[in-house]
Design a protein around this ligand. Sequence first.
Ligand SMILES: Cc1cc2nc3c(=O)[nH]c(=O)nc-3n(C[C@H](O)[C@H](O)[C@H](O)COP(=O)(O)OP(=O)(O)OC[C@H]3O[C@@H](n4cnc5c(N)ncnc54)[C@H](O)[C@@H]3O)c2cc1C
Length: 217
Amino acid sequence: MSAYQPSERTRVRRKPSRGGYDVELVHSILDEALTCHVGFVADGQPYVIPTIHARLGEVLYLHGSPSNRMLGALAEGTPCCVTATLTDGLVLARSATQHSLNYRSAIVFGTAREVSGEEQKRLALRTVVEHMVPGRADVVRGPDERELDGVAVVAVAIEEASAKVRSGPAIDKTVDVDPERWAGVLPLALTAGSPMPDESVAEGLPAPEQVRNWRRG
Ligand SMILES: Cc1cc2nc3c(=O)[nH]c(=O)nc-3n(C[C@H](O)[C@H](O)[C@H](O)COP(=O)(O)OP(=O)(O)OC[C@H]3O[C@@H](n4cnc5c(N)ncnc54)[C@H](O)[C@@H]3O)c2cc1C
């Protein structure tokens, strides 16, 4: 499958030229975003909860405390909507109404299942660590049985998905275009600072290569 099939839920209505259903595009946004927002309804109340996600194929793993409301609701089969957003720039026009953001976002609809098998849980938690820092799962201690029992994991199967991307300059009305008034884009990027070692780390021990060289995406 190279593209998700647009449906009544996922068809991008406003500025459809910015919408896309390409699987690689949706995956790339989900993979680059460090966090997502999960929307679901519990007892008639809509919630939108920020959380960490990690994708493996057509599945998004979410994890947390076994008493977590969101994970509990999702494990019971409550449908959910997962959104990931990357903010790429401030679009600064000459008129107030033409100001915008450059962004890439993905919206996924799916239904979750609880991940309870030991091997599946290990795989999910490994995927979460790899999502944060590729290569790190191989150098950290994996969870023991008690730790596995102490964490709830759900797998959201991607049923439908769409992406929306805005890029490029401000779109000023012709009457506002004036070479003597500045307009343009201020690119934004998430960059890593210098690694700060834990105080228990031996002096002079360098951070692992995958931490030193971490880049968003
Ligand atoms: C970037 C980021 C990543 C996170 N990653 C994870 C994760 O991987 N796993 C995980 O379990 N949790 C994660 N959290 C925390 C998560 O957002 C919730 O706080 C957590 O799921 C709370 O669950 P609960 O069942 O105790 O709260 P709920 O019963 O769901 O929440 C009760 C009420 O508390 C308030 N509340 C709860 N969370 C927040 C919040 N984040 N900000 C403001 N108000 C809030 C709301 O009013 C909510 O209605 C993350 C948060 C952030 C911001």
